[in-house]
Design a binder for this molecule. Structure first.
Ligand code: ZN
Length: 242
């Protein structure tokens, strides 16, 4: 699968913090920028202005307000911005609907990203990926995965399997800083996993733990390590009560 993904060179990726623990990711190519899941507009407008970056496109992974709440305000300031997202988001403006397998090209840049549908956290959830980077919203977290608000356990299990088949060197850019709590939970599932223990020790005093590397997720994330839907379901249920 990953051999067909687009390759993006000369890009720089950095986060803008929003709300309590959200990350709005910026893909910068020269003076142009693409942002993912702007739940808030203000920190984005401030940061892009300070860095002299023109906003070219907004990518949405799913409909939740903490991922979409800033879009309208950002369009007011950047009327030509392209907006991409899954079907059925209740925006009162036009946007480009993306589906599994689409490759989107961002105007004014050389950036191309593939779309993978990952229902589970919500039914509409999509992720954006190239050969080396994954923007996964609330589907996969560092050492965790999104809560199942709409999808079934089997849908989420399948969605995570799609992610597991990507290039293990892929950097994972999720939308929340939940890592420490996720690792603490993971240790209750997999307490003898040395890589997990090392991950905990390495990150326990780190403020921004994202991006992670898919390889490390495959070795330490209990939701990716689950071999069956049944096993996944048990771990997800335990996490909901953790
Ligand atoms: Zn969400």
């Amino acid at each position: 699968m990953h051999s067909t993904l687009p390759q993006n060179n000369n890009i720089n990726i950095f986060p803008i913090k929003a709300f309590k623990d959200n990350y709005i990711w910026v893909i910068q190519e020269k003076l142009n920028g693409i942002i993912i899941d702007p739940g808030e507009a203000k920190p984005v407008l401030e940061k892009l202005k300070r860095q002299n970056i023109n906003l070219m496109a907004i990518l949405i992974t799913h409909k939740h307000y903490d991922h979409t709440g800033g879009v309208e305000e950002l369009i007011k300031h950047n009327p030509d911005v392209q907006v991409f997202g899954p079907e059925n988001i209740e925006f009162n403006f036009e946007y480009t609907i993306v589906n599994e397998g689409d490759v989107i090209s961002i105007l004014g840049t050389k950036v191309k990203l593939s779309v993978i549908e990952t229902p589970g956290h919500t039914l509409d959830h999509v992720v954006y990926v190239d050969e080396a980077h994954l923007f996964c919203g609330d589907t996969l977290f560092a050492c965790g995965c999104g809560k199942l608000f709409e999808g079934s356990y089997s849908e989420m299990f399948k969605s995570l399997s799609k992610i597991s088949s990507l290039n293990p060197e892929t950097k994972v850019y999720c939308a929340h800083e939940y890592t420490k709590k996720n690792i603490q939970f993971a240790l209750t599932v997999d307490k003898e996993n040395n890589q997990l223990i090392q991950r905990y020790n390495r990150l326990k005093h780190v403020e921004i733990t994202i991006p992670s590397i898919l390889k490390e997720e495959l070795e330490t994330n209990p939701f990716l390590r689950a071999k069956t839907i049944e096993e996944f379901k048990l771990i997800r249920k335990r996490k909901d009560e953790f």
